[in-house]
Ligand binder design. Structure first.
Ligand code: SLL
Length: 146
């Protein structure tokens, strides 16, 4: 249970959403107009599961079971809906990290205003770097061998 002094390790992630209009897949009895996917990913498909234990997405309360937990990659939730709202993303790290969870907040974007796409496809992602400051020795080994 020792930390590696004077060392910081950064691991990039991206989080955000894609969305597209349901078009002729729209159910006329429902007010849902779009399908969207919120996700947390490594860069260009890089594995992030060696340092992530789980990702919890907290959706708007209009959704049934708004707390969605992903224990394995892909860390993503696909849903349909009609509106934009803020999604809370909680990342829990593997137990070796001995780190608190980190929270990120993403404004789900489904309307293409300001984005020129004739199909109405939206993509809204943020780049982040998770910082492990003076990581535990076991965590240092995990991070540097992956
Ligand atoms: C708004 N503040 O008023 C936002 C709330 C909620 C979005 C948007 C569907 C939920 C469901 C859905 O799109 N909720 O029918 O399951 O614009």
């Amino acid at each position: 249970i020792k930390r590696v002094k004077g060392v910081q390790i950064y691991r990039p992630i991206i989080y955000g959403n894609k969305a597209k209009p349901l078009g002729n897949k729209k159910d006329p009895t429902s007010d849902h107009t779009h399908e969207w996917t919120i996700s947390v990913q490594g860069i260009n498909g890089a594995d992030i599961s060696h340092f992530i234990k789980k990702v919890t997405f907290k959706l708007h309360d209009t959704y049934a079971n708004p707390t969605r937990v992903c224990e394995n990659p892909p860390y993503e939730v696909t849903e349909t809906g009609w509106g934009e709202f803020e999604i809370q993303i909680r990342i829990n790290f593997v137990s070796e990290a001995n780190e608190k969870a980190q929270m990120f907040y993403h404004h789900l974007k489904i309307h293409p205003y300001g984005i020129e796409d004739p199909e109405g496809i939206v993509s809204s992602f943020q780049y982040e770097e998770v910082v492990f400051n003076e990581p535990m020795e076991a965590m240092y080994d995990i991070l540097t061998s992956n």
